[in-house]
Design a binder for this molecule. Structure first.
Ligand code: HEC
Ligand code: HEC
Ligand code: HEC
Length: 391
């Protein structure tokens, strides 16, 4: 199937960054595995996919690699857990899988034995994945929709395949399978973060445009929305390897899921200034004091320019308008770091300086000030404690 734009051969540019985010631990060798995934059933670790013969995939034939990517079955025949998104990777073309295999096999071999998973019974029984696959896994490769443009089909191919956007952005059913139809890209909670809705349920206070989506995916920030942080930062870092056309295609595809216009409406800039002008709510003095003391210097436009200041008003940030406080709590506790996507700005984390009560008080204040139209968040302190708990 023809999936590349005219003049570009399929597989010419790889999407290998799609693997490193899960197969690399902070400070560890690229793709040597050991990244922990906390699930309700226990902890699972990614494996070494460097070409080391003893501990990696050095002895894997292309056929074994393809079977893993399309069917979720390892070289020794064991079923792989769908935390490895083969459900998305199966959509990849043969040419791209071959190029990916050649690329991985040409990387430095790193000896790193796999870590033992700590999963509870019955989830430690890999045989159970076979009936799961029969129910929920469709291994059919991507087929372009002839009724859609080349740009749309290219975006769909990348977003649904190696980009595996829905692995984080679609909610899952009780069996851990992604939901489709109207629930496709409807937003989901992953690893203590919320991957916001990318369909018409988006809570972005200024609606996304295709141009803004491109800016966000290409540079990690969009003027009327803010920055890509947390688990989205490595995704943007991976997309940086792709040619501009491919990122435009993904932005176009997402924009179509959202019914978004091509460019920002000129009225959006005016609306954004009005939103940013909101002042503090009454009756939340404790929260206001915390905000003035720790945050306002960077987050309020007082006319004094500053190198470290935030570039986007919190009033424009989707996370402040969501039903879930998770991303705001994560940002306060862990800060924002531009290590994955340089230039997006950084802020310190406050996990060591604020108690759970203080984080909850501050989050309630931010909600009331920057999303005054929304319902207050409930049970904030409990959520802060859950998110703070070390893994
Ligand atoms: C969302 C996280 C995630 C991403 C992204 C991801 N993987 Fe994995 N991968 C895993 C996990 C977790 C496992 C271990 C699964 C298991 O033990 O059942 C795994 C296992 C594998 C295996 C089986 C290895 C073995 O020794 O059995 C291969 C091959 C693999 N991944 C290749 C890739 C490639 C190639 C990419 C990039 C295109 C990629 N993975 C991206 C999470 C991920
Ligand atoms: C590993 C999980 C993960 C994957 C995979 C992922 N995302 Fe995200 N995404 C997130 C999280 C978490 C956020 C919130 C980040 C923040 O607030 O800083 C986010 C935010 C976004 C936003 C901003 C939404 C808003 O309203 O603020 C867009 C757009 C987006 N992702 C698009 C994509 C696309 C397109 C893909 C596939 C190429 C993708 N994401 C893959 C987790 C993920
Ligand atoms: C040293 C400057 C600085 C300080 C202090 C600071 N921030 Fe930030 N903050 C930033 C920058 C830079 C960003 C990146 C976004 C941007 O530039 O718009 C950011 C982003 C955020 C985000 C959005 C993160 C995301 O991924 O959506 C939230 C929420 C936030 N800050 C809250 C706070 C709160 C609450 C405080 C006080 C406890 C605080 N910040 C203190 C500089 C700062």
């Amino acid at each position: 199937a023809e999936t590349g734009p005219a003049g570009q051969e399929a597989g010419e540019r790889l999407f290998e960054g799609a693997c490193a985010a899960c197969h690399t631990v902070a400070g560890g060798a690229t793709n040597a595995g050991g990244h922990a995934f906390d699930t309700p059933f226990g902890t699972l670790y990614s494996t070494n996919i460097t070409p080391d013969e003893a501990t990696g995939i050095g002895r894997w034939s292309y056929a074994a690699f393809e079977r893993a990517m399309r069917q979720g079955i390892g070289r020794d025949g064991r079923h792989l857990y769908p935390a490895f998104p083969y459900t998305a990777f199966a959509k990849t073309s043969d040419a791209d899988l071959q190029a990916l295999y050649a690329y991985l096999m040409a990387q430095p071999a790193v000896s790193a034995p796999p870590r033992d998973n700590a999963l509870s019974f019955p989830f430690n029984q890999r045989a159970l994945i076979a009936p799961w696959n029969a129910l929920y896994h469709d291994p059919t490769p991507f087929t372009p929709d002839p009724a859609q443009s080349e740009l749309y089909n290219r975006g769909a191919y990348l977003a649904e395949g190696l980009g595996h956007c829905s692995a984080c952005h679609s909610p899952r059913n009780a069996m851990g399978a992604e939901q489709g139809g109207e629930r496709y890209l409807a937003g989901a909670l992953v690893d203590g973060w919320e991957a916001p809705a990318l369909n018409t349920l988006s809570r972005a206070p200024i609606p996304w445009s295709e141009g803004a989506l491109f800016d966000y995916l290409r540079t990690g920030r969009a003027d009327l929305h803010g920055v890509a942080s947390g688990p989205m930062a490595p995704v943007v870092a991976g997309l940086a390897e792709l040619p501009e056309y491919d990122v435009r295609a993904i932005a176009h595809y997402v924009a179509r899921q959202m019914d978004a216009p091509v460019q920002d409406d000129p009225a959006s800039a005016v609306a954004s200034e009005r939103l940013a002008a909101e002042t503090g709510p009454a009756g939340q003095e404790a929260g206001e004091r915390l905000f003035e003391g720790a945050c306002a210097a960077c987050h309020v436009d007082n006319g004094v320019p500053g190198f470290t200041k935030a570039s986007t008003s919190l009033a424009l940030n989707t996370n402040l308008h969501s039903d879930h406080p998770d991303n705001v709590i994560q940002s306060i506790l862990g800060g924002v770091h531009d290590s994955a996507v340089p230039g997006t700005g950084s802020m310190p984390g406050f996990a060591d300086s604020f108690s759970n009560t203080q984080v909850a008080t501050l989050a309630a204040y931010l909600r009331a000030r920057f999303a005054p139209e929304a319902q207050p968040w409930q049970q904030l302190e409990q959520r802060v404690a859950e998110i703070r708990r070390p893994h």
